[in-house]
Design a protein around this ligand. Structure first.
Ligand SMILES: CC(=O)N[C@H]1[C@@H](OP(=O)(O)OP(=O)(O)OC[C@H]2O[C@@H](n3ccc(=O)[nH]c3=O)[C@H](O)[C@@H]2O)O[C@H](CO)[C@@H](O)[C@@H]1O
Ligand SMILES: C=C(OP(=O)(O)O)C(=O)O
Length: 438
């Protein structure tokens, strides 16, 4: 595939696009299908590379997956898993972070799991210590090897009481996918409660699980011996929606994102409005637009839900280069998520990164040598440049910057972007962007 895009920027993006199911939910719901005795059907599934990666992993374990990309319906039949021969798990190493979530379902079904090296965005160290501690607490034996991790549960898995040091999304999902079929009760405190996790709980409940979520981040699960397949429509991708909203703001445009939903985006919408963006909540989506007046600088801190999502941060920072005054952004979820600002500086943005916790509360990364705060001074015109996509959201941010900058930018490595943005080039075309591929 051609991996370079020539973007002729400086024009507002205007028009309508559609977002489908959330990358950070769909992949987990696909793993959940492995827990059922009968087939599952997931709807509103986008065509993104992460779905392809998880499809490959499921198939490797004997799940028969049939997909209709046009309608977004995915059918998963796990009735062959016990007899499947897993020969080539390494082929999936480094492609995404999802393999670690196969542990619980595979331990329940096969008594063992082999997890290859994980991929995902390089935005920090991204350890899996919480995942492995959780699995050990359920009674699994974890053996770390050079090529990956071998996990066994010769005596089955038993419910347990876990307190997370930090409300990790992945670790909360690990616990859910393991506890639902473990023997007895499990209690998780300091759980993550992102909308994608609550929708995974919806799926698990449809399958026969018993799960309650308290307002104080405590999740309780009563294990059941077996689960059925499910039918479910995925919640929509609030990160993709916010990315297009940021593109509208940065380019001075007007984008209607069909499929975007207000309840999952409340915090983003508040921030968008504070910066000076305008929006209109429609029956079937949200219209995001630049109302014409100067944009305003803000103080922003990323956080776990219901805070401002870390994945919203990178695209919005591009829009902040067009706001008047000093914006302060404190990234508290990942220690290394400002690498993408270097390219923006090369395009004319004034962004300084700091090790200190600026503008908010002290976080886990203060005094630890991580450049996790940024000060953006604007407005600055952006100029076309040659840029390289660093990671998924950073890459989309570079695209927004290229669309905002006058002249023709060369954006390399765009393949990374289709890991999480469905048909993004078609959508750019529909919004009037001028670009060509090499
Ligand atoms: C596929 C997917 O859903 N990815 C999302 C998921 O990532 P992911 O599930 O990997 O993110 P986590 O919520 O687990 O990570 C949050 C923080 O916890 C730390 N941590 C996590 C696990 C662990 O065992 N030890 C540990 O220290 C991480 O390094 C990070 O600093 O949630 C993130 C936070 O909303 C999002 O940015 C990602 O888009
Ligand atoms: C960090 C992200 O994803 P992943 O966890 O899949 O790397 C993201 O979606 O921005």
């Amino acid at each position: 595939m051609h991996d370079v895009l020539y973007v002729n920027g400086g024009n507002p993006l205007n028009g309508e696009i559609t977002v489908r199911g959330a990358k950070n939910f769909v992949s987990k719901a696909m793993v959940a299908a492995l827990l059922g005795d009968t087939p599952s059907e997931l709807r509103n599934v986008p065509v993104i590379r992460d779905v392809g990666v998880v499809t490959g992993l499921l198939e490797l374990h004997g799940v028969i997956v049939t997909a209709d990309p046009a309608t977004g319906v995915l059918h998963m039949d796990p009735r062959n898993v016990e007899v499947a021969h897993v020969a080539d798990i390494d082929a999936h190493a480094g492609a995404s972070r999802i393999p670690i979530l196969f542990c619980g379902p595979l331990l329940h079904r096969l008594g063992e799991a082999f997890i290859p090296d994980l991929g995902g965005c390089h935005i920090g160290d991204r350890p899996i210590n919480y995942h492995l501690d959780i699995l050990r607490q359920f009674g699994a034996e974890v053996d770390k090897r050079e090529q990956g991790i071998h996990i066994r549960a010769p005596r089955g898995l038993r419910g347990t009481k876990v307190a997370l040091p930090y409300p990790s999304v992945g670790a909360t999902e690990q616990l859910l996918l393991t506890a639902v079929r473990a023997e007895g009760l499990t209690e998780l405190s300091n759980a993550a409660i992102e909308p994608e996790i609550l929708d995974l709980i919806n799926v698990l409940q449809k399958m026969g699980a018993i799960i309650s979520v308290d307002t104080d981040r405590v999740i309780r699960i009563e294990g059941v011996p077996r689960l059925e397949g499910y039918r479910h429509t995925a919640l929509s991708d609030r990160i993709e929606a916010a990315s297009w909203a940021s593109a509208a703001l940065a380019t001075g445009g007007d984008i209607t994102v069909k499929g975007a939903t207000q309840p999952e985006m409340t915090t983003f919408l508040n921030t968008f409005r504070k910066v000076g963006g305008a929006f209109e909540v429609l029956d079937d989506g949200i219209r995001f637009y630049h109302p014409g007046a100067d944009l305003r600088s803000i103080v922003l801190e990323t956080d776990v839900h219901p805070g401002f999502m870390t994945d919203w941060q990178q695209p919005l920072v591009v829009a902040l280069t067009q706001a008047t005054g000093l914006s302060i952004v404190h990234e508290t979820v990942y220690e290394n998520r400002f690498g993408f600002t270097e390219a923006l500086r090369g395009m004319g943005a004034t962004i300084q990164v700091y090790r200190e916790c600026l503008g908010g509360h002290p976080c886990r990364f203060g005094q630890r040598n991580f450049y996790h705060s940024a000060v953006v001074s604007g407005p600055t015109p952006l100029y076309a440049a040659e840029i390289e996509v660093p990671d998924l959201r950073g890459g989309f941010s570079h695209l927004i910057a290229a669309l905002t900058a006058k002249g023709t930018s060369q954006v390399r490595g765009i393949r990374l972007i289709d890991r999480g943005y469905e048909h993004f080039m078609d959508k750019l075309g529909a919004l009037g962007a001028e670009f060509s591929r090499d």
